[in-house]
Design a protein around this ligand. Structure first.
Ligand code: OGA
Ligand code: NI
Length: 399
């Protein structure tokens, strides 16, 4: 990496990015090479050392995201109603909850985490074949999807698999974790339908509403690998962001490091054996017209590791057949609560986030129907408006 440091002391960041990318060995490759200091691309300007809101932990405050027991879902009595009520509360206040007793065997969860770990720890030459930044591929791996567009490169490698909608040729999946992904997908599809039913009911809609508008059609799987980091105080495992889809079903191992932003503070999401973390994404916030929230979350970098997580985002991707437009659900808007967001296709949101590096949905002015109402007129927008106005006037008139 030293090749990016010039003799005169200047430093070529793009060159360092490119050199690292061309190794196709990821962050794992750096760790294997015995690195003890972080390359500059991973060192963040505004790191958490300066982040005053980063100190809270659930263990310190005794507050944690709601845990919802799905075990009694099909029993007689009031239990379904109670579960729906808890989902509603969690969706409105946190955008996050955990589910336990979901009926997916522990062995499948362990094997899935193990499969992703094995993918990242396999022979570098085999793994290289999957290294790509082409987001139209169904299966690929890289270090940070937004590597070249962000100033915050994170200490993480990721395997991406668009599992649904089909057709998925199983041979496209890495052989080292192919079988377990296929088995896991089968279980996740069922859990996804249960969650969409509960969320529909929590919104006061018919149980099959969200399924019928295809919220469960797409499943985008992400297998994250966070190697141990020699200088964790200088970087992030995953910077603060919101997820793009409708719902994310996240499985984490027991290492920890995930945090959620809630009421202006960051809270640890302590690993809970056998649980899935469920979080609502930007598209859910859009279709519910802000009734449900897409909460910011992040992963700290740590000396310990590797940490492995598998997230399955219920969302379509950039493929041409994903034509459905999504806007605020008619049944949820009223005169007093008019639509806030524009209609858009899921692929449009994915492409926008690539283009503008949208890390936080609520700042993405392109999504709002009436921007000026929801985003204050700041200096930047005022300048753009003035330039836009002036450029329409004939030059001679201005002079
Ligand atoms: C994600 C994500 C959290 C984790 O992939 O979007 O937030 O625990 N992952 O890895
Ligand atoms: Ni996320």
């Amino acid at each position: 990496m030293m090749e990016a440091d010039h003799e005169d002391g200047s430093y070529d960041r793009n060159k360092e990015l490119k050199l690292f990318d061309e190794t196709k060995a990821g962050v794992k490759g750096l760790v294997d090479a015995g690195l003890t200091k972080l390359p500059k691309i991973f060192v963040h300007d505004n790191h958490k050392v300066n982040d005053s809101s980063s100190s809270s932990s659930s263990s310190a405050t005794n507050v944690s995201i709601p845990v919802i027991d799905l075990g009694s879902l099909h029993e007689e009595g009031n239990s379904r109603h109670e579960i729906v009520q808890k989902v509603k509360d969690a969706g409105e206040k946190w955008g996050f909850f955990q589910v336990v007793n979901h009926k997916i065997p522990q062995s499948i969860l362990d094997e899935m985490l193990d499969g992703v770990r094995k993918f990242h720890e396999q022979d570098a030459e085999v793994k290289k074949e999957f290294y790509s930044r082409d987001i139209t591929k169904r299966v690929f791996y890289n270090t940070n999807f937004n590597f070249y567009t962000t100033s915050e490169v994170n200490w993480r490698d990721t395997l991406y698999c668009l599992l649904a909608p089909g057709p998925l040729d199983p041979h496209q999946l890495p052989s080292i974790c192919r079988d377990v992904i296929i088995e896991y997908l089968d279980h996740i599809k069922k859990l996804a339908l249960t969650l969409l039913e509960l969320l529909s009911e929590a919104l006061g809609l018919e149980g099959n509403y969200l399924k019928d508008i295809d919220c469960g059609e797409g499943i985008f799987m992400v297998g994250n690998y966070y190697p141990p980091c020699p200088e964790p105080e200088l970087t992030w495992g995953l910077s603060a962001h919101t997820d793009m889809g409708f719902v994310t079903i996240l499985l984490q191992d027991q290492v920890g490091g995930l945090q959620v932003f809630h009421e202006n503070q960051w809270f640890d999401i302590t690993p809970f054996p056998g649980a899935f973390i469920i979080n609502l994404g930007d598209m859910m916030q859009l279709i519910t017209n802000d009734k449900f929230m897409s909460a910011k979350h992040r992963v700290v970098a740590q000396k310990v590791g590797p940490r492995v997580s598998v997230s399955c985002s219920l969302r379509q991707h950039v493929q041409d057949e994903c034509l459905r437009m999504y806007g605020p659900i008619k049944e949820l808007v009223t005169k007093e609560n008019p639509p806030i967001y524009k209609e858009m296709k899921m692929p449009d949101l994915v492409k926008l986030s690539e283009k503008f590096n949208i890390y936080n949905f609520k700042n993405s002015h392109v999504l709002y129907l009436n921007k000026s109402k929801y985003l204050p007129l700041n200096f930047f927008r005022l300048t753009i408006i003035i330039i836009g106005f002036c450029s329409r006037l004939p030059i001679r008139k201005i002079i």
